[in-house]
Design a protein around this ligand. Structure first.
Ligand code: SF4
Ligand code: SF4
Length: 509
């Protein structure tokens, strides 16, 4: 599937439909218009609306001429005599103006920005829950937060706590008009198989009783090593999506994913994955790109597609760590972004759409603004094993009172009246829900703002001390993916016009 066939179908302002005063004759570049050049081609992109105009070098020069306010007549006069007719120049200026790339007044930019800004503010309806059924893990992966020099108290969630959390979540999600989702995670959730399986059954029961009228997806995130025939039988009943953490072939996986004795966990993870596959549960793979796997992406992709036979895959890019002493070696995020795109292209040829890149491709193709990359900034509760509620699962064990500020009992006590607003009345949740790129000074003028979503606030805290800072892992990804999509679009347009002209030629013959 090509990434994009044509530019997003946002409504253009038609000249004939316009009413009111005559259009201004002096124009300037929108602050949201960005110019890209490659191999003699130019693209001007509106970062908010994703309106694009492609052309040759002359388009770039024409656009640049409007760096300061300029009348259309002056622009046409200064470019005439370069082999381009005045009519063509006027048409190009008209197109730039119709797409909002040239504007008559800065107010136009303010209006566009405001309309998107409010769209982001409205995204605060809870419809996603992380249920952390245990804080313990049987592995000691090098990069995991459980190993991250923090003091996660060993704690299993009780069935009673899980039942209360699920009931509260069902009430919170009631007002949401799309499907809801629950991820069951830990630690390793199958270390507390009793509560994990109970939670999956209970969620399915509530779904059957109509509590999730727009649908419910349940995902179990596991390292796979504790999966056995008995667990598979239970999972076959409730059919959750199961994602197994596998970082590639044995030597890459075992470099990081070790047990408490320092032994690699590849055999156990593979056995669990195969048991799920044999039972028809079609497990997906969750693969962490770390300093080992980053330099072997072809090997990782070939292993996942050909050897594992997985049909779905999500890459996680290595998280920064709390403990400076245990930091992983310098990680080149720009190189990681390039490798991610290359892997996406390879996977796409195999009919697999990797989630990490896909979540940026989709808004570009569909013309939606991707406001938030993290559910924790509007849409999610995370329930800790002891039943405390916070916005982010990675905060487990850092400071429970600060990062899991709501007691489960507070939600249960609200009964049928429980609403998302009650969660967002908490100052931490309220601050988090306001964190999205349109509300971040480092982001508002970024060309990739419409597909970025702002990455992970937790990573921003660890690397730069505040959720209001940039998560540079995702920043590199979003910018590189956007540029790649622009030129992919351009290549597809060239291909289509070549095809069209050969059809025309064939007709003529
Ligand atoms: S802050 Fe990061 S780790 Fe936490 S929920 Fe958001 S994306 Fe996930
Ligand atoms: S995080 Fe980076 S890519 Fe994303 S909107 Fe901000 S500046 Fe742009």
């Amino acid at each position: 599937m090509p990434v994009l066939q044509s530019t997003p179908a946002l409504p253009l302002r038609s000249k004939s439909a316009k009413k009111g005063p005559a259009p201004p004759t002096v124009l300037t570049r929108s602050r949201f218009a960005h110019l890209f050049r490659k191999n003699g081609r130019a693209c001007v992109l509106h970062s908010m609306t994703r309106q694009m105009l492609f052309g040759e070098e002359v388009l770039a020069a024409l656009f640049e001429a409007f760096a300061t306010p300029l009348s259309v007549a002056s622009a046409v006069a200064s470019f005439s005599g370069q082999g381009i007719s005045a009519k063509m120049l006027e048409e190009a200026i008209d197109a730039l103006k119709e797409k909002g790339l040239l504007i008559g007044s800065a107010d136009e930019d303010v209006l566009v920005c405001k309309s998107f800004f409010h769209g982001g503010l409205l995204q605060n309806q809870i419809h996603h829950m992380y249920l952390l059924t245990t804080s313990e893990c049987n592995l000691r992966c090098r990069y995991c937060f459980v190993e991250d020099n923090r003091h996660v108290q060993p704690c299993h969630m009780s069935e009673t706590t899980a039942a209360e959390a699920i009931q509260a979540f069902a009430r919170l999600a009631r007002g949401y008009d799309e499907y809801s989702s629950v991820v069951i995670y830990g630690g390793e959730p199958l270390l507390n198989a009793r509560t994990t399986l109970f939670a999956i059954r209970r969620l399915r029961q509530l779904e059957r009783e109509g509590e999730f009228p727009h649908g419910l997806t349940i995902t179990l995130l596991t390292n796979g090593t504790l999966i056995d025939e008995k667990i598979v039988e239970e999972l076959k009943e409730a059919r959750p999506l199961v994602a197994v953490s596998i970082d590639g072939p044995r030597h890459l996986h075992d470099a990081s994913r070790k047990d408490g004795r320092g032994q690699g966990s590849f055999d156990g993870a593979l056995r669990g994955f195969r048991l799920l596959q044999q039972a028809g549960l079609d497990p997906s793979v969750s693969c962490t790109i770390n300093e080992f796997t980053l330099h072997h992406m072809d090997e990782v992709v070939d292993f996942i597609v050909k050897d594992l036979g997985a049909h779905a895959l999500g890459f996680n890019v290595l998280m920064p760590r709390v403990c400076a002493a245990s930091q992983t070696p310098e990680f080149d995020h720009e190189f990681a972004a390039h490798e991610l795109i290359r892997a996406f292209e390879k996977l796409r040829r195999a009919g697999i759409y990797e989630d990490r890149v896909m979540r940026r491709v989709k808004p570009f193709v569909n013309g939606h603004f991707h406001f938030k990359d993290c559910m924790g900034v509007g849409g999610q509760i995370v329930v800790s094993p002891s039943g405390r509620i916070g916005p982010c699962q990675a905060m487990l064990g850092l400071d429970d009172e600060k990062y899991f500020p709501i007691l489960g009992q507070q939600l249960s006590n609200a009964g049928q009246a429980l609403r998302s607003e009650m969660v967002y009345a908490d100052p931490l949740f309220d601050e988090w829900r306001h964190r999205y790129p349109l509300n971040m000074s480092d982001c508002v003028d970024c060309f990739a703002i419409s597909i970025c979503g702002g990455g992970c606030p937790y990573a921003a805290i660890l690397t730069r001390g505040s959720i209001w800072q940039i998560d540079e892992r995702i920043c590199f990804q979003a910018k590189n993916i956007l540029e790649w999509m622009i030129w992919d679009t351009c290549a597809n347009m060239d291909e289509s016009s070549d095809e069209a002209s050969s059809i025309e030629k064939a007709k003529g013959d």
